[in-house]
Ligand binder design. Structure first.
Ligand code: ZN
Length: 356
């Protein structure tokens, strides 16, 4: 290599580049390590209380409603939960065992229950919760045709891959989403510490495997069982989740996390143009925007020199909020975009020195 060429190579290496690098979609919203959904099955009268406890900690839950068994006055409760940001999922029409059910019965349980919920909320009902966790034969087919995801009652087991929560490495079965395990020892009811430790271990596993966990809850009660939980125990659990939810854990309803998960898989981010000081990204989303409305978190690597200049991030000309994460030798812009096909501009204007 000639001296001149070597000099050029040297200069290319040491000259600070102002060109942005790769952009990717974060595995979970807000670049969090894992996601957790809190779901409540059946038609408990305590729903407004449970919803208010969730809201105290900044959470929104999924309430699985048995449409054909709502007592009078329940419709108004469900509507107010929906307006507060909670998800209303279908937990079937009548909660019957569908083992040998006809197609007509399955249609009522799965399809008509969805239509009834949509009439109550005026929004798409995207999540189905199988009664008794039963999902085989025609039930699952009907659910797949009409919902974006479904939760069963299969408990997570560390040594059984079928029970694994959806995770970033291996994916998972979005039409038979699994739930938290319950303590094995000594049977119900469980001592507070035993129950809390079991939930804690599950959330630990979710975070360690970049996964999406789902807790199956039913009602508040005087003891801890598969269908009841003491209010003080629920609060202690939520306190722990809230402490993790700022950076590590994304707590959101089942349908919200499912939308994000599917959007992430159905969205392509290409660099249309990349030059010093800016990049234009083309976002191509292959999903119905009437259903898929959860913002996607993008992360764009940028040179450390960008820290200190003026930065703008725009989606189709509209300015977006961003956060800059600084590492010792690199920086990353993190921002949320609407999941619609569009152009994203990431732009940097160097600081202009003061005139001497
Ligand atoms: Zn149930």
């Amino acid at each position: 290599m000639g001296v001149a060429l070597r000099m050029l190579a040297f200069m290319v290496c040491v000259m600070p580049s102002t060109q942005p690098g790769q952009t990717s979609i974060a595995t979970w919203y807000g670049c969090r390590a894992g996601a957790l959904s809190l779901s409540f099955d059946d038609n408990s009268w305590d729903r407004p209380l449970e919803a208010s406890i969730l809201e105290e900690y900044g959470f929104r839950g999924t309430f699985g409603v048995v449409v054909g068994k709502m007592p009078s006055g329940y419709v108004e409760k469900i509507q107010s939960l929906f307006l507060a940001g909670h998800e209303i999922a279908s937990h079937s029409w009548s909660h019957i065992d569908l083992t040998n059910a006809s197609e007509t019965v399955i249609h009522t349980e799965v399809v008509e229950s969805k239509a009834a919920i949509e009439a109550l909320t005026g929004a798409p009902c995207v999540t189905y919760i199988y009664a008794y966790g039963y999902w085989r034969n025609g039930v699952r087919d009907a659910v797949t045709d009409h919902y974006i995801c479904a939760r069963g009652a299969w408990q997570w087991q560390a040594d059984n891959p079928l029970g694994a929560p959806v995770n970033s490495a291996t994916g998972g079965d979005i039409y038979n989403l699994t739930i938290n395990p319950f303590p094995e020892a000594s049977g119900e009811p469980w001592a507070d510490e035993v129950f809390l430790e079991c939930l804690h271990d599950y959330v630990d596993h979710v975070l360690a495997s970049n996964a999406w966990g789902i807790e199956m809850l039913h009602n508040l009660g005087q003891t801890n069982t598969t269908t009841t939980i003491r209010e003080d125990v629920l609060r202690r659990h939520f306190e722990e989740l809230a402490a993790m939810s700022d950076r590590a854990l994304w707590v959101a309803p089942i349908g919200t996390v499912a939308k994000y998960y599917l959007e992430r898989h159905q969205t392509q981010v290409e660099q249309a143009v990349t030059k010093p000081n800016f990049t234009v990204l083309r976002l191509t989303v292959g999903l119905d925007p009437n259903i898929y409305d959860v913002p996607l978190t993008l992360q764009t690597d940028v040179p450390i020199e960008w820290n200190g200049g003026t930065i703008a991030v725009e989606q189709d000309g509209m300015p977006l909020q961003y956060e800059m994460q600084i590492q010792p030798t690199s920086a990353r812009l993190v921002y949320d975009v609407s999941p619609v096909s569009s152009y994203i501009l990431v732009y940097y204007e160097p600081l202009v020195g003061h005139p001497e």
